[in-house]
Design a binder for this molecule. Structure first.
Ligand SMILES: C[S@@+](CC[C@H](N)C(=O)[O-])C[C@H]1O[C@@H](n2cnc3c(N)ncnc32)[C@H](O)[C@@H]1O
Length: 200
């Protein structure tokens, strides 16, 4: 099973080329865009958790959302801030570990595009507790993770829809889970689940 530490994420952003990272998406992920439209959310406070390159945070800020973007990697945050400055997008960036977060509640929406699926089973309680604390009642977690339809075992953990239902069974309502892909610079695109989860 994969073991990814904050130290190894820092190495990824210090030595890797951002545009070549498997999760890189220059524009807003279509699944996120569609979910916001379906939920009729066009304003409010969004947390882009594990923002990495910062592209999702920048796109959301340019749509008018009040965006906070965090990452465990200092270098990721420095590079994302540079992107936001170039694109003149108002994003509040912070180095923060979601498993030991210092963020102040409440957010209307939390975006997790590729973060949760890197955590091991014994980190789930910490993650879920912090998501629950940070979201406003009725707020949404938009979660994109590897699907169990993705072949092989290298990289992130894979999830089935029923596992997601089970993980978020207390304090949340799972609104929908769709089979999709992680569209990035490399094909074939990894198979993913996109989950709309509401805090009850
Ligand atoms: C697969 S990348 C996705 C990046 C970004 N969400 C995107 O879609 O472009 C996962 C990101 O989560 C960050 N991350 C990993 N563990 C984290 C943690 N405990 N707290 C906050 N961010 C974390 C990594 O540094 C990395 O940038």
């Amino acid at each position: 099973m994969p073991m990814v530490t904050s130290h190894s994420w820092e190495n990824v952003y210090q030595y890797g080329q951002i545009e070549n990272m498997p999760w890189y998406s220059a524009g807003l992920d279509k699944d996120i865009e569609q979910a916001l439209q379906e939920l009729e959310i066009s304003s409010g406070k969004i947390l882009d958790l594990g923002t990495g390159p910062g592209t999702q945070a920048v796109a959301l800020a340019k749509m008018g959302f009040e965006v906070t973007a965090t990452d465990v990697s200092e270098t990721a945050i420095a590079k994302a801030l540079k992107l936001a400055n170039i694109q003149e997008a108002a994003v509040v960036f912070e180095v923060d570990d979601i498993l030991a977060t210092h963020l102040i509640p409440f957010f209307d929406v939390i975006i997790d595009r590729g973060v949760f699926h890197s955590f091991s089973l014994d980190e789930h309680d910490e993650y879920i507790g912090n998501i629950q604390r940070l979201l406003d009642v009725g707020g949404y977690l938009l979660l994109k993770c590897f699907s169990d339809k993705q072949p092989g075992a290298v990289g992130p953990y894979r999830y089935s829809a029923s596992q997601i239902q089970n993980i978020f069974k207390t304090g949340f309502k799972v609104i929908s889970i769709s089979e999709t892909e992680f569209r990035g610079p490399h094909q074939p695109y990894p198979k993913a689940l996109f989950c709309i989860i509401q805090k009850t």
